[in-house]
Ligand binder design. Sequence first.
Ligand SMILES: Cc1cc2nc3c(=O)[nH]c(=O)nc-3n(C[C@H](O)[C@H](O)[C@H](O)COP(=O)(O)OP(=O)(O)OC[C@H]3O[C@@H](n4cnc5c(N)ncnc54)[C@H](O)[C@@H]3O)c2cc1C
Length: 408
Amino acid sequence: MSAAASHGTDPFAETEDQQALRALAREVADRELAPMARHWDETEEFPQASWDAIRKADLFGITIGERYGGMGLGDIEGTIVLEELARADVSSAILAQLTFNGPPRAIEHLGSDALKDKWLPMAASGEALFSIGISETEAGSAVTHMRARLTADGDGYRLNGYKNYVTGGHKARACLVWCRFPGSEGAKGIGAVVVDLEAPGVTMAGTHVKMGLRGTSEAELAFDDVYVAPEDVLLAGDPSNSDSFKTLISHINHERCGNAAMCTGAASGALEYATRYMNERTIGGKPLADLQGLQWKIADMATQLDGARLLLKRAVHLAGPHGTPPALETAMAKTAANLAAKFVCDEAIQLLGGYGFSREYPVERAYRDIRGLCIGAGTVEIQRNFIGSQVLRGARTTSPGWRNPLIG
Ligand SMILES: Cc1cc2nc3c(=O)[nH]c(=O)nc-3n(C[C@H](O)[C@H](O)[C@H](O)COP(=O)(O)OP(=O)(O)OC[C@H]3O[C@@H](n4cnc5c(N)ncnc54)[C@H](O)[C@@H]3O)c2cc1C
């Protein structure tokens, strides 16, 4: 792709290449994802046709380095594609999210050459799905309470632990497992390893039964004395400090921006649907769109959505082509996108009246899907804890070319 840009005065203006990527993702979403979205939701089948369509369009590789068969693009392009896919079907968009912002990104940024050579070509070509195992039954928000642990075995380790809510874990080829290295306590000594899910000792114990995101299951994975070779260590935990844990946490900012992009995408789809409906649906000979009370709903929906999209653009633009989005701006973007999507999808249901409540119309599905995104990748409450404590400490947000003088 050429680097030609058409910036004008908009600091977030998309380049011609980015516009072309958006158009391609929208075409795939409209043609292949949208017609099947209800089917995946009703049947809870894995959206294989979506996987095949995303793969055929070569979209899985966009954030993976060219050396491994990808396009070497960054978070801006990742969010563009995720927005467009989620506008049609969030369950399908999550497949791309796991590749763009899940283990492959962590391996590329933090891993050894051996790990990159082993896994990245598979990720870029869409040959394999990857999953993330952080949460445990008693360690979700309280992640430093995790129990998954490595014990030394020769040059390598043995992994014992149980991870729940592993998105796509039932279909994935590998899982990035956060775990304790020998001697670890609290946040100290937490690191991460990449586990081949075909290895002896790995069991897929089940999948959660959920209200939304029903095409892509969240799996429960048990690791029983699974051998972890030294070359499978992504980031070793040192029991004397929490450096590796902090690095892993900051890397989640990619996933949080992807989560926010799926929210703004799904909310855009719901807003578009509601707008069209209001123009077509007549009551007593007049379209719903003529009712000022309902116009105000549309105004609030559009305003919240735009606000969230701007915060998200700021976070991913600050990351630059190969960096990581900054924590405070990312937390604000995720919070705003989660809340905007919840509000917009809820109001879209209301605007469609009884039809909005029907599973024959897409807006209630969008609501159920984004509801899960308000919990995954760090809940809204956890983002608020972080934002509040940072602001109270005098932290200031940054935008491209501008530092916020008001906070702090
Ligand atoms: C759709 C979906 C996909 C997911 N995918 C993955 C995945 O791929 N890999 C993975 O490892 N995990 C995944 N998760 C798990 C997710 O990260 C956890 O559910 C989340 O971190 C919350 O943890 P919990 O469920 O244990 O809730 P808890 O931590 O028990 O929280 C319960 C409630 O208390 C609030 N709360 C907790 N602590 C505080 C606090 N200190 N201050 C204020 N409020 C607080 C929470 O916000 C929440 O409202 C996924 C979850 C969902 C819903």
